[in-house]
Design a protein around this ligand. Sequence first.
Ligand code: FAD
Length: 444
Amino acid sequence: MDQAMIVILGGGPAGRLASIRLASAGKQVTLIEHGGIGGQCLHSGCMPVCALNDVARLIHSAQELRNLGVIDSVPVPDFPVLLKKMGEIQQKITSILDEETRSAGVDIIYGKTGRLSGGTAYAGDEQLKSEAVIAATGSHPYIPAIPGVNLPGVFTSRTLPGMKKLPATMVIIGGSVVAAEFAYIFSSFGCDVTILSRSAFLKDADKHIRTLAIKELEGVTIHENRPVTSIGGKSQAESVLTPGGPVVADAVFLATGLVPNSGVLDGVNKGPLGEVIVDNRMRTSVADVYACGDVVGPPYLTPVARHQGIVAADNILGIPRTMDYKNIPRSINLTHELAYCINESEGVGSLAIPGPAGPGSFWSVPTGQTGLAKVIFNPDSGELAGICAAGPGGGLIAGYMAFLMKKHFSVHDFEEFIEVHPSTDGVYGLAKYASSVIKKRNKT
Ligand SMILES: Cc1cc2nc3c(=O)[nH]c(=O)nc-3n(C[C@H](O)[C@H](O)[C@H](O)COP(=O)(O)OP(=O)(O)OC[C@H]3O[C@@H](n4cnc5c(N)ncnc54)[C@H](O)[C@@H]3O)c2cc1C
């Protein structure tokens, strides 16, 4: 029997960060990973979207410059080479993460499936002796139970590396951020893309961000309230059938959501999605068993998974710490980073303007696609209640603004703010303006 003191199931962002935290505090930690360290984020989520989006934006910029007569042609991606190179870089990052995790003192067992039975963890058939277990087994794409879903030519983010060539037409099923991001990528690559969204497209996004996303997806056909009944084709996907009629497709991409990987976790209480139920210290219903990351359900976001991992680790170390789900920044990555952080429950004052021109958006001025800045604030106190920073660097701005919101900063605090110029951050200027409006109104 192994002498491991703390066992972690899954080496994605949640499990890896938890393992490093615990090992750095002097604990003996064993991490079991049956795939590649880095999890979905590195292998089939955030990083592939980054890799493909970088190329898509390059093509978009080239189109803008070609339309202005500044350059004479637009590059065409070699899709198989792009996927091959992306895979090589993912392997390189995998090695770096492996080394970083081991050097923190974590023992990693690769190639074995971890599981939990009550409070006992196993690596394959081997029972592991532990003082605590963290389940961080992540999630996988949801596959809707419709006829034709297993046909060749139907892909998810997991199976995308198997796409041998760019399809001429693609249907993306789903109305989420992932649907929007892949639609932007494949449309920029020259595919004729149709989105079929069962309900409203990007229904959870801020309304200005949603409008902007639709504008940035101008080459994409978006059908809302269009449930899919089946995928047609004999030996290969050829069409997608909906009550509104069929849509022709050489390839179908399923962006239909994620499902927690909790099948291997016996004994802990679970919710209707299969998500492991935890309290705000990431404790499950079984003593000394914690869970974190996508396996505990939405929001499915890497920074949330990482933070939950740290919270679980700290509580194991005897440092009381709780998860706070307020002020979580998000981004939809299209031509720009359409980033936002909204606390809808607070604040009714709101100002929005187009994003300023600057680095990364200068050549977009003729098309009016320079992004957007928006500030939501409490009209009496000026306390920040939300921001949108859609433009180059939007994600970075939203992250810091979310932090300031958490610390209860107000628009008046921005009177002291000095910006970098040129930059594409319109949020600070709006905050200063909002401050002057509130002060003027309070005087009258
Ligand atoms: C297409 C796509 C794009 C995304 N883009 C973004 C984005 O832009 N920004 C963002 O914040 N988030 C994004 N996400 C979400 C993000 O990838 C996840 O929230 C994050 O990876 C969750 O981390 P995790 O550690 O909980 O789980 P995972 O990353 O799923 O990692 C779980 C790990 O556990 C391993 N594992 C599972 N079961 C076992 C077992 N029984 N034994 C041993 N090992 C096991 C898996 O191999 C995996 O390595 C995206 C997701 C997708 C699908």
